[in-house]
Design a binder for this molecule. Structure first.
Ligand code: NDP
Length: 278
């Protein structure tokens, strides 16, 4: 039977540690302000933006937001980012994705100064991660490392399979596990014998966006299973990429959905906001 990794609890511990750090920084006269930009009014994005602002308030840092209309041009958005890059009051910049189709996301991400790139998506941040230099790390993968460490799960020397190779989860996740000295395999939709590959894992991290795809047949006895997926199942309920009930008795640790990886993403964003002023 698995131990449940409680992401809600761990994320609230991190937020409370950050609130203490912020108090000290404020006493030293350091000002922290996250600027969140949303283009259009996608309801899911609006909820994420609201939660990010609430998180800032909780740890005692300032936040500003720009809610721009859907028809905002790429040039207008890039100009705004340019102004914010040069505004000393703003210490972190985040553009809520996805952007409307007429705006090139890569150009926008590249425009954010690497010094204020609290999402860790800028190619310079990704490059720093790749060559082992300090820099901002994408929040969800960074949160998973915290979950493993705070659950006293050893990473060094372990076989880790990361299922999924997206720029925001799979790729940075595998680089982070490598940095922690795991032996890392990255699997994806073209991987052959996926079950056998996944079964090699001491630590299996799944980020594919497919409801309950990973069953016990993919999992080695005693493996640690980290489920990044957030999907709506056929029953309308929120579920992960892992078939939680099927896998539960086979693994040693597992993250639930909701309440596992999800709450860590905002906690790590807030951590990046604090790191930005270090
Ligand atoms: P993407 O769609 O960008 O990437 C999915 C990856 O999974 C791709 O690399 C794809 O392979 C691979 N894949 C898809 N189907 C299969 C399959 N049947 N077998 C093997 N590999 C497969 O997704 P994201 O990385 O952005 O997100 C993944 C999941 O994590 C989603 O459910 C998302 O909602 C969730 N998520 C959760 C976050 C959180 O805070 N908890 C944050 C970010 C995402 P290929 O490259 O070959 O196409």
């Amino acid at each position: 039977m698995a131990q449940i990794i409680d992401g809600k609890l761990i994320s609230s511990q991190i937020k409370s540690e950050l609130a203490d750090d912020v108090k000290i920084l404020k006493a030293q006269g350091v000002h922290i302000c996250l600027c969140v930009i949303q283009v259009g009014n996608d309801p899911a994005s609006s909820v994420y933006v609201k939660n990010k602002k609430k998180g800032c308030e909780l740890i005692g840092i300032d936040s500003e937001s720009y809610e721009l209309p859907e028809e905002t041009t790429e040039e207008e958005l890039l100009d705004l980012i340019d102004r914010l890059n040069n505004d000393d009051r703003i210490t972190g910049i985040l553009v809520q994705l996805p952007l409307p189709k007429h705006i090139n996301e890569d150009a926008v991400i590249e425009k954010i100064s690497p010094l204020k790139d609290v999402d860790g998506f800028n190619p310079i941040s990704v490059g720093n991660l790749c060559i082992g230099k300090e820099g901002f790390v994408s929040c969800t993968p960074a949160g998973i490392i915290e979950l493993l460490k705070r659950s006293n799960i050893e990473i060094a020397g372990k076989e880790c399979v990361v299922l999924g190779r997206s720029n925001i989860v799979g790729k940075p996740m595998s680089l982070l596990m490598l940095r922690e000295n795991a032996t890392v395999t990255i699997a994806h939709s073209k991987t052959k014998d996926l079950k056998e590959v996944c079964k090699r894992a001491d630590i299996l991290i799944v980020a594919i966006g497919k409801s309950r795809f990973i069953t016990s047949e993919y999992v080695k006895e005693g493996a640690v299973v980290i489920d990044v997926g957030i999907n709506r199942g056929a029953d309308g309920k929120l579920c992960g990429d892992v078939d939680y009930d099927d896998v539960f008795d086979k693994c040693s640790f597992i993250t639930p959905v909701p309440g596992g990886v999800g709450p860590m993403t905002i906690a790590m964003l807030l951590k990046n906001c604090v790191i930005a002023v270090d």
